[in-house]
Design a binder for this molecule. Structure first.
Ligand code: COI
Length: 356
């Protein structure tokens, strides 16, 4: 990964250093609850990017007619900064997030964010927060770059003015333990030719109603099926999904309505390196459930930036429950390989870490 051509260092607004000085990490973090007291902003005006700023974290003011509020013109990313035992801060595969961000922006008819702005944003927030990045296993600074269309008019048109922000949250993994998932038989998360393969807020909003049903039944995540036939597994509401079947690692191939996860890609590469057969294909839900019943499928797990690698303990199909009781040795082994690199304990064989 080549170093990016740095744009001028962002202007650090006067209130930033005082709010950082006052900031203390609470004992209980959870995921995405505690916000860093600073944020980065770059604005696209008159066809170009203006000088970026680091600002104190505060409510943002946009016009009530802003495109994002009516037509959901929004894209985002999730990536993590880790503080290693030598206190150096390292981002995990940030250029992959930058590339996906711009694929999302293109799909939403928004301007590309230059590599220098994206990287300056995530680097500046991480460096300024360095002392406050929690560094126990599973902890990190979760970075959330996003861009919104802010033109104030109700005509259906792409916004000319767009605001790019990076906010951040010192966090734990998304969920401790395991996920209980429920097959979603009613709604679709994303359409063919829609936006399922990019990271836009609307995909997640479309999953919320199913999420409420799932939670009412005592579960954590929906397992989505393909939008054409309602037959092939796609992903969970916020994570990709893998199954270990007869010792090989299977995951849905990128169908066009699945998010190409960066952790998904990392898992595929780590599994291959470990000599495990990796198969990307269409996975029929009935075939998967039969394999669970016969014992051929011994583990299913979720992966994502926020979730890292989280085992799935139950798949429910309506009232029927398919349980995994034999532990998760494979997911545990992959989790160790991945987090040893991310958290700076293991050799970074793929050069994934981006030290600041
Ligand atoms: C991430 O893993 O970074 C995501 O964006 C998923 C979200 C549900 C937290």
């Amino acid at each position: 990964d080549a170093q990016y051509a740095a744009s001028p260092a962002p202007v650090i607004a006067s209130g930033v250093l005082p709010v950082l000085k006052q900031f203390t990490l609470p004992e209980a973090l959870g995921f995405g609850r505690v916000m860093a007291p600073i944020m980065y902003r770059a604005q696209f005006r008159n066809g170009g990017w203006q000088a970026a700023q680091v600002l104190p974290y505060e409510a943002i003011s946009i016009d009530p007619a802003a495109k994002v509020l009516h037509y959901a013109q929004e894209v985002f990313e999730g990536l993590k900064a880790y503080r290693h035992s030598d206190n150096n801060v390292s981002l995990f595969r940030p250029l992959e997030n930058w590339k996906r961000f711009n694929r999302s922006a293109d799909r939403m008819c928004m301007p590309a964010v230059p590599e220098s702005i994206f990287m300056d944003g995530v680097s500046a927030v991480s460096s300024l927060m360095a002392k406050h990045i929690p560094a126990k296993p599973g902890q990190s600074l979760y970075l959330r770059p996003f861009m919104i269309g802010v033109d104030a008019s109700l005509g259906l048109a792409a916004s000319l003015d767009n605001d790019f922000y990076v906010i951040a949250s010192p966090s734990e993994v998304y969920q401790q333990g395991s996920f209980k998932v429920m097959i979603e038989r009613q709604d679709c998360r994303a359409a063919l030719g829609g936006t399922g393969n990019v990271k836009v807020g609307g995909n997640y909003a479309a999953a919320l109603a199913a999420g409420r049903r799932v939670q009412a039944a005592g579960f954590d995540q929906s397992l989505w099926l393909d939008p054409a036939e309602h037959r092939y597994i796609e992903e969970l509401s916020g994570m990709n999904v893998f199954a270990l079947i007869n010792g090989a690692l299977h995951t849905p191939s990128l169908s066009g309505s699945i998010l190409p996860g960066i952790t998904r890609d990392s898992v595929l590469q780590l599994a291959r390196l470990s000599g495990v057969e990796v198969i990307e294909r269409s996975i029929d839900i009935n075939e998967l459930l039969e394999a669970v019943v016969s014992g051929e499928c011994s583990e299913v797990f979720a992966c994502g930036t926020a979730a890292v690698i989280t085992p799935i303990s139950i798949i429910a199909d309506g009232d029927i429950r398919y349980e995994f009781k034999a532990g998760n040795p494979f997911a545990t082994q992959l989790h160790t390989l991945l987090t040893d690199i991310q958290e700076g304990r293991g050799e970074d064989v793929f050069n994934w870490n981006w030290p600041l």
